[in-house]
Design a protein around this ligand. Structure first.
Ligand SMILES: *[C@@H]1O[C@H](CO)[C@@H](O)[C@H](O)[C@H]1NC(C)=O
Ligand SMILES: *[C@@H]1O[C@H](CO)[C@@H](O)[C@H](O)[C@H]1NC(C)=O
Ligand SMILES: *[C@@H]1O[C@H](CO)[C@@H](O)[C@H](O)[C@H]1NC(C)=O
Ligand SMILES: *[C@@H]1O[C@H](CO)[C@@H](O)[C@H](O)[C@H]1NC(C)=O
Ligand SMILES: *[C@@H]1O[C@H](CO)[C@@H](O)[C@H](O)[C@H]1NC(C)=O
Ligand SMILES: *[C@@H]1O[C@H](CO)[C@@H](O)[C@H](O)[C@H]1NC(C)=O
Ligand SMILES: *[C@@H]1O[C@H](CO)[C@@H](O)[C@H](O)[C@H]1NC(C)=O
Ligand SMILES: *[C@@H]1O[C@H](CO)[C@@H](O)[C@H](O)[C@H]1NC(C)=O
Ligand SMILES: CC(=O)N[C@H]1CO[C@H](CO)[C@@H](O)[C@@H]1O
Length: 892
């Protein structure tokens, strides 16, 4: 530890230099301004002075501390500073090996200096939005708050600091205390992945400084009374204003709501008694409001809202600018007690995935934008956040892109410390203080989310429901913020608080492998009701991604040690540390792998059919006698390079699970029920004339492995928006399959099949997998007899001619067209196309394929397109490989 006297000596020298250069600019300089602390110096208490009075004064030399970005957990800061690198940390089991964990058992310090020039009548605030897991904050040698108040990942507070500041340099010092997921209000990873070595400790969200006049404003609340069919809506903006002076103050609140030429100006005079806080409302009428829709159904018009408090005709404060959307959400339980949603009066079937942040909570707007683009490309419409609410930008992205967000609290740790929760240790129980933290967390997150049209509902519990005391705290906090959306007790149905009632959401698994016919089985997690988190446990990355994080030994284990615990699966305390259940199915259904390549091909085939069946199950049965009402795939993506529970990998490469989902979630689609041979016509579009129907043609073909036709049928029929209907049953034809048959369903809008809306190919065995439903547990249903697809290994080779050309290029996006032609009389099975850079042989991620992992019938040809960000490669190529074709590369 360095001595204080040397710190002071160096500091003096630095100040002297400071005087010689131009004075630093002020962080805020007029009322209504808010600025983020632009970065931090970061150090462990083990390597810093313990005299915080001194350390939190301006001028201290912290040149040998780490210099990090404004939102940075300790691990994120150490990576940013080059102590660790992603590629090293992620490789093999390095995360367990190379990190010095001893430094995370004690607090860390975040320090920064900023300049203000306060004068009389001005007020200054320090605003936090959550620090992991709790913190003391010092300003200019004085303690502002301590860890019993500034507590929780979502504990945001606004501190008046006027009396702490001085003209010129000011210093802020934050001591962030180590996080224990079971005892602290934080963001745990449960069984998702190994825990970050620092448990996410640190200043993970922004810290801001704001300046106001005598009256300050809180964030706004946006309320409207629009319901479908109304051509005009009442708009109300509410905001809490606080008089910071001890005498009464008169002022005016002004608001502007702007979208293109639509503009609503609001104004409201106010009087505040000394030190009074009160809600001020402004109301106006908006003619012909532009309505916000989920992406599949319409546009996402967003109105800019700005609100200013004027005192003596001068700006006293400006509320944080927000963009709002006008839409109408309803939710309830149907007669089976299943959760339903409608948006703008239309039945809404949530199809989505569970979101994971980066393991070190690093926020990258462009990375998340790409995740959302991939979701939309797959046909998904909903993102579930289980306890990882990230930042306002996530909601802004969703607002702009038309994705619905289902935020909520997390399971299995502090957040569910209820007396009846037997899944956490008995010492994990809410104290009075924990209820207090929960209240502040809910208030803060409500303030962040209230204005966002993308928010579908808030889940105040995950596996367990909050007890009555916590439930009423959450509900009151949400109501305080005029929460306009459904509030749901939990993501499961173990129990519920009276104030909220049943959730109507099931959490019965699966989380591990189940075969495609599972989803039609009418039991446990099958496609009926609302599945809040479920999936067949798949998501195997392709080889180029695997090589980035697995050693030769790990890669070898993957196909030779099917029961081995693997570091890149879930955490080692979970039921998902091995791939045993999945591998059993792979070995039995597709035959023992002969090589890593063979294993990965079979894994992609399994992943594809598994995710396709889940989404087809939930979409085809939306009008069944007990309808499916929504499903959240477990999980959409991973916190780190992972081997399962994802629809695209950490590097944004899509593989089998992605393209299976993309087919299964097509808005207009034709699908096959593995269970009883029904062919379904699926329509999730709501706009096709709202209830009108349109003419469609369906072509059904079944061939054997030699390409010989076993069945052919052509139907003309009508599709109805927002409906799924059984249109044929081909169970008898499927019974004629000897070893494996190929079923192709084509849906087109014209008699010549020129406009194909959906093309969908299945490989089918004579016997389905047999599920042992009675042995179902919370994470899967065992298979007692496996379907036999092993003859797919012996398909004769098919001759597929592949050509590519550059379809279009712009500065931002390049689109390639790939033509595939099967010149053979036999099917060409499971052709996977990988977009690569021809110079580096790396994959170009993310690629947006119109379709991929396709199976071609004899003599069939298809045209596919792929688009990617032009900056990623100037020399793209496509690697072609698959079931029964030779691997080759075509340059484009
Ligand atoms: C992280 O939290 C777990 C409890 O979930 C605890 O056992 C562990 O000690 C914590 N790690 C640190 C560095 O505090
Ligand atoms: C709305 O605000 C954004 C910035 O938040 C700005 O880019 C945009 O031009 C504004 N739109 C209108 C219609 O004022
Ligand atoms: C606004 O102020 C009133 C009066 O102090 C208070 O009851 C209410 O909880 C505040 N609302 C918000 C959203 O902070
Ligand atoms: C939650 O916090 C708000 C704001 O401080 C307060 O008005 C309310 O009484 C608190 N609720 C409970 C149950 O403590
Ligand atoms: C097939 O199963 C669905 C439910 O999954 C059922 O509605 C339908 O009647 C069944 N059809 C036949 C022909 O058994
Ligand atoms: C969508 O289908 C449901 C169930 O059949 C029906 O209640 C609803 O009115 C339909 N909505 C539209 C817009 O067709
Ligand atoms: C499953 O359990 C039910 C109810 O206990 C029983 O009726 C049925 O025979 C069982 N099925 C099998 C295959 O064991
Ligand atoms: C690009 O591909 C699309 C879809 O196949 C096609 O309609 C379009 O004509 C192609 N454009 C060019 C320039 O080749
Ligand atoms: C290599 C191969 O399978 N070639 C076949 C391609 O398709 C044509 C047309 O069916 C056959 O004649 C070839 O034998």
């Amino acid at each position: 530890m360095r001595s204080i006297s040397s710190i002071v000596a160096v500091a003096t020298a630095i100040l002297a230099v400071g005087h010689a250069t131009s004075p630093p600019s002020t962080i805020v300089s007029s009322p209504g301004q808010t600025a983020k602390i632009p970065g931090w110096s970061l150090q462990s208490v083990l390597h810093a002075s313990n005299d915080f009075t001194e350390l939190s004064q301006p001028g201290v030399n912290v040149a040998n501390w780490y210099r990090v970005s404004p939102r940075t957990t300790i691990m994120a800061g150490l990576i940013e500073s080059g102590v660790y690198s992603d590629s090293d940390l992620w490789f093999s089991d390095n995360l367990n090996e190379i990190v010095d964990r001893s430094v995370f058992d004690t607090p860390w310090l975040y320090r920064e200096e900023f300049t203000v020039n306060p004068s009389a009548g001005q007020h200054y605030f320090l605003v936090t939005h959550g620090i992991n897991s709790k913190a003391d904050i010092w300003l200019n040698g004085k303690k502002l708050t301590d860890k019993d108040f500034q507590e929780g990942s979502y504990g945001g507070h606004k501190y008046e600091v006027t009396n702490f500041l001085q003209s010129g340099s000011n210093a802020i010092l934050i001591q962030a205390y180590e996080t224990n997921y079971l005892l602290d209000s934080a963001m745990g990873f449960v069984d998702w992945n190994p825990y970050p070595p620092d448990n996410g400790t640190g200043v993970w969200r922004d810290v801001e400084i704001s300046q106001t006049g005598p009256v300050s404003l809180a964030p706004i609340r946006f309320i409207h009374d629009w319901t479908p069919e109304k051509t005009s809506t009442k708009i109300t903006i509410k905001v809490n204003a606080t008089n910071l002076e001890s005498h009464s103050i008169d002022g005016t609140l002004t608001g502007k709501i702007v979208l293109g030429s639509q503009r609503l100006a609001l104004t409201e005079p106010f009087t505040l008694a000394g030190l009074e806080e009160k809600t001020i409302s402004m109301t106006g009428q908006l003619q012909d409001p532009q309505i916000w829709w989920p992406w599949l159904w319409g546009d996402q018009p967003l109105y800019n809202v700005s609100v200013t408090a004027l005192v003596n005709n001068e700006i006293s404060d400006v509320a944080e600018p927000r963009r709002v959307g006008i839409r109408y959400i309803q939710s309830g339980l149907n007669k089976f007690g299943d959760r339903t949603f409608s948006i703008n009066g239309l039945r809404f079937l949530p199809l989505g995935g569970g979101y994971s942040p980066d393991m070190f909570m690093r926020w990258d707007t462009e990375y998340v934008r790409k995740k959302f683009e991939l979701m939309i490309d797959m046909g998904m419409n909903t993102v579930r956040l289980e306890g990882k609410q990230e930042h306002p930008e996530l909601f802004e992205l969703a607002d702009e892109m038309g994705l619905m967000i289902m935020p909520g609290w997390e399971c299995c740790d502090w957040w569910e410390g209820w007396t009846y929760n037997t899944d956490v240790p008995e010492y994990v129980r809410f104290t009075d203080h924990d209820y207090w933290v929960a209240n502040y967390s809910m208030l803060h997150e409500a303030s962040m989310m209230q204005t966002h049209p993308s928010v579908l509902a808030f889940l105040v519990g995950s596996d367990y429901w909050p007890d009555d005391r916590a439930a009423s705290i959450y509900v009151d906090a949400l109501k305080t913020w005029d929460w306009p959306n459904p509030i749901i007790a939990s993501a499961g149905e173990l129990g519920y608080p009276d104030i909220l009632g049943l959730s109507g959401m099931k959490m019965d698994g699966p989380y591990d492998y189940v075969p495609p016919n599972y989803w039609y089985g009418g039991q446990v997690g099958a496609a009926f009701g609302f599945g809040s988190e479920e999936g067949p446990g798949v998501g195997t990355p392709e080889i180029r991604s695997l090589k980035k994080f697995l050693s030769e030994g790990d890669l070898n284990d993957l196909w030779t040690q099917p029961d081995k615990g693997l570091f890149h699966m879930s955490s080692d305390v979970s039921s998902f540390y091995t791939r045993s259940i999945y591998d059993d199915a792979l070995w039995n259904r597709y035959g023992p792998p002969k090589s890593l390549d063979d294993y990965l091909l079979k894994a992609q085939i399994m992943d594809y059919e598994a995710t396709r069946a889940e989404f087809e199950g939930f979409t085809s049965l939306q009008d069944a006698s007990r309808p499916s009402t929504g499903v959240i795939y477990w999980m959409m993506n991973s916190a780190w390079p992972n081997l399962h529970w994802q629809l695209f990998d950490y590097y944004l490469n899509p593989a089998g699970s992605y393209f299976g989902s993309k087919v299964g979630a097509r808005p207009e689609h034709i699908s096959f029920s593995y269970d009883n041979g029904t062919v379904y016509l699926i329509n999730r579009l709501n706009f096709l004339g709202k209830g009108e129907s349109a003419s469609r043609w369906v072509t059904i073909d079944l061939v054997d492995t030699a390409g010989k036709s076993l069945y052919h049928q052509r139907l003309q029929l009508h599709t109805r928006p927002n409906h799924s209907q059984g249109i044929a049953n081909i169970a008898q034809a499927v019974n004629n399959i000897k070893d494996v048959g190929f079923l192709r369903l084509i849906l087109s809008s014209d008699s010549k099949n020129d406009v194909v809306l959906s093309r969908n190919v299945y490989w089918l065995a004579p016997q389905n997998d047999v599920l042992n439903w009675n042995e179902s547990n919370w994470f899967y249903t065992p298979i007692s007899t496996y379907a036999d697809y092993s003859s797919l290994q012996n398909l004769p080779g098919a001759n597929v001619v592949t050509t590519g050309n550059r379809n279009s290029s712009s500065e931002s996006t390049t689109t390639l067209q790939v033509h595939l032609e099967n010149k053979s009389d036999i099917p060409a099975f499971f052709i996977r196309l990988v977009l690569i850079d021809s110079k580096t042989n790396d994959s170009i991620d993310p690629p947006f394929w119109s379709d991929n992992y396709v199976t071609l019938f004899p003599q069939e040809s298809v045209d596919l397109t792929v688009s990617f960000n032009s900056s990623l490669s100037a020399s793209p190529a496509v690697e072609v490989s698959g079931g029964n074709i030779e691997k080759h590369v075509i340059t484009v």
